[in-house]
Design a protein around this ligand. Structure first.
Ligand code: FES
Length: 127
């Protein structure tokens, strides 16, 4: 039995939205102290819509696939929807992750939430 679904492999080998978003107005970085993996999300929000998103992930294949899928799930969506994105939804969109890799999708959820916190803390929600 394959360890990873085809979707995980696809998003790991061809991650979407990788890199730094120069004109991001919200950034969130999280890490997992156990595995040492780090994920950074850049969002560009206009009128409460996530018009652009990029990520940098220094981590395992599942973390890269999760961040790639998460960016696809929130791109073009309202902030309120991104706020509700769960790691479970990310893992499901990837056709599942092995049990010991679930925490990698949690990192994606946390990175997006942290970026949204950053956005609200800056008070730029009326931009
Ligand atoms: Fe830590 Fe995947 S092993 S994020």
């Amino acid at each position: 039995m394959a360890l990873y679904s085809e979707k995980v492999m696809d998003h790991f080998l061809n991650p979407r939205n990788v890199g730094v978003l120069e004109d991001a107005n919200a950034v969130g970085e999280v890490g997992n102290t156990k595995c040492g993996d780090i994920m950074k999300m850049y969002l560009k929000i206009e009128n409460d819509i996530i018009v652009d998103v990029k990520f940098e992930t220094f981590g395992c294949a599942s973390a890269i696939a999760s961040s790639s899928m998460a960016t696809e799930l929130i791109k073009g969506k309202p902030v309120s929807e991104a706020m509700e994105l769960t790691n479970k939804a990310v893992a499901e969109a990837l056709d599942g992750l092995p049990q010991h890799k679930i925490h990698c999708s949690v990192l994606a959820e946390e990175a997006i939430k942290k970026a949204l916190d950053d956005y609200y803390n800056k008070g730029e929600n009326n931009e």
